[in-house]
Design a binder for this molecule. Sequence first.
Ligand SMILES: Nc1nc2c(ncn2[C@@H]2O[C@H](COP(=O)(O)OP(=O)(O)OP(=O)(O)O)[C@@H](O)[C@H]2O)c(=O)[nH]1
Ligand SMILES: [Mg+2]
Length: 379
Amino acid sequence: MKVKRYIAKDVQEAMIKVKSELGRDAIILHTRKIKKPGLTGLFKKPLFEVVAAVDTNKKDDNKLSYPLNQNLFNESLIKNSKALDSNTYDSFNINNEISSIKSLLTNVLSKMDSTPSSQNIQVLEKYEKVFKEENVIKPVIDKILSIVSRQMSITDKNDQSIRNAIKIILKDYLGSPFTMENYTKKQNVIFFVGPTGVGKTTTIAKLAAKQTIMNNKSVAFITSDTYRIAAVDQLKTYSEILDVPFTVVYEPNELGGAIEKHYDKDFIFIDTAGRNHKNKELLLEIKSLISTVESPIVFLLLSLTTGYKDIESIIQSYDFLDDYNLIFTKADESSSLGNILNAKFLSSMPLSYITTGQSVPDDIELIDIEKIVNSLVGD
Ligand SMILES: Nc1nc2c(ncn2[C@@H]2O[C@H](COP(=O)(O)OP(=O)(O)OP(=O)(O)O)[C@@H](O)[C@H]2O)c(=O)[nH]1
Ligand SMILES: [Mg+2]
């Protein structure tokens, strides 16, 4: 068995040296941080000492150079113990050697299992606090930070690299926004659902204005919100301003005919009456309305001024929908973005638009994941 000591500026560099000199069968016996000798060394970054060994009687057999997990570690031990059997050592020495290697390796492996250092724990705690202030719920915080923590190597990372890791994980978690530009079907029938006063009718007007004015698309409005006279008038007014045809449906079975009437339009936006999400009967009406349409697109609107408990119960009450996209409204009136993360966690549905005021059509944008993530980590 050949045993060699390596000094490098970090563990990765040491591993490369080990691998290139001792080959793929090398096992790590010991690793530690050391200071450069002399007074000046005290002020320099620490170096890493790695002690590695390889069984010189064995040929390279494409195994990893260092065990990344317990299975590889055990395989490596078994291989080495077989190799040692054929040597001149007596079995007592072999067993002693194996158990000392095992304890050293367990020690190294436990560090490589990326138990965060105290410095890393401090940084993680800092972000836990930041997320809590944004009203992100604990399971989401735990999920994000546990991924970050798993990705930390035994080398200490600085705040900036942890922040970057968190940003990458958050972006991945929130996914790509779902935009109306993705709707490439000949005709797209889009329902807008959500609690009373969340901003459904206003959002329809904003999106319709963008599609007609900026994208040169044709749009029709249908409303099933006949509970309030004012609700019909509201959408009718927008239809007149935007010069968009408008139809009222009183029963779900009238919807098919209304859609057919607007067969030549690229988009049909269907406004629904705001529903108290605790009223199951009213929600069933929405369900039966949507079920009359083949491959409908649904937007569920949530206001960012709504507290987490209500967001949770709204999302639960719409779980009869197989598929929908999320629009967040009233970002201008909210001081935290945590519910965007929470809603994603609870629904797993794509994020889509965010509205930022009452002005039609300006106060709406495709959700900018980068912006949200930067804001969440305080960039
Ligand atoms: N501050 C702010 N107000 C908004 C936003 N979007 C809509 N509103 C306002 O919220 C109020 C309700 O908007 P509506 O579009 O009527 O809401 P709705 O969901 O259609 O309401 P119902 O049909 O009664 O369920 C109006 O005063 C809107 O101007 C927004 O992004 N920010
Ligand atoms: Mg409305």
